[in-house]
Design a binder for this molecule. Structure first.
Ligand SMILES: O=C(CO)[C@@H](O)[C@H](O)COP(=O)(O)O
Ligand SMILES: [Fe+2]
Length: 218
């Protein structure tokens, strides 16, 4: 499967967000991973659709995916679609009506991603994978960038890939050139890297290193 790299902008210079995003794209990223947090589903607060809408005016052709770490993901589907989001990733743990939410996201014209936190068993999401375009495996406890990659999440990736050869599997949290190889071996093909990209002055090299390590491993 083709590798797609979408840096998280969570730990970038939020006072210069459009410039930071443009630099990330110019450095070879495939899309942007926008971490939306509401202070309820996770103990942190970031930004919402108004910021996404402004970013869209500055980056009209860039892929935007929103990682919705929010307690009511159904509430923000339409505003995010109108703001220009391409892929809407909600958390399994944040809704009790997956099918309705998936339909709402699709009717709004966005691709669908479903995410699970580290403590959520992979068996809880398996029944919904067929409904979605992407499965997000969190390799840190959601809420903050710069945390340590949880190697113990690798079996989840392997299991989903063994059941679904064609679905996009995304890994998010603590990914760097050091551990992207084991994500690749396990079957992940969509990589979120936050601090590994935004925490360096040489973003071009950081993204190139990620690609090289992924290629070596597959
Ligand atoms: O969703 C999250 C955190 O909750 C992630 O998208 C992180 O923001 C990725 O940043 P790094 O862990 O790669 O620094
Ligand atoms: Fe994220």
């Amino acid at each position: 499967m083709k590798l797609s790299i979408g840096p998280s902008i969570l730990n970038s210079d939020l006072s210069n967000l459009a410039k930071e995003c443009q630099e990330i794209i110019n450095s070879g990223a495939d899309f942007l991973h926008l971490d939306v947090m509401d202070g309820h589903f996770v103990p942190n607060l970031t930004f919402g659709h108004p910021v996404v809408k402004c970013l869209r005016t500055k980056l009209p052709n860039t892929g935007f995916e929103c990682h919705m770490m929010v307690a009511h993901p159904e509430k923000w589907v339409q505003p995010m679609a109108e703001a220009g989001v391409n892929r809407y990733i909600f958390h399994l743990e944040a809704t009790n009506d997956i099918e309705t939410l998936v339909s709402k996201i699709q009717e709004a014209g966005m691709k669908v991603g479903i995410g699970i936190k580290p403590n959520t068993p992979v068996d809880d999401v398996i029944q919904y994978v067929d409904l979605c375009d992407l499965v997000l495996i969190m390799t840190v406890e959601p809420g903050f960038g710069g945390q340590t990659f949880m190697q113990s999440m690798i079996p989840k990736i392997k299991y989903i890939r063994s059941q679904f050869p064609d679905v996009d599997i995304e890994v998010d949290g603590g990914v760097s050139h050091v551990n992207i190889g084991c994500c690749a071996e396990a079957g992940a093909n969509v990589i979120v890297a936050g601090t590994a990209v935004t925490g360096t002055t040489n973003k071009l090299k950081a993204i190139r290193d990620l690609r090289e390590e992924w290629e070596k491993a597959i």
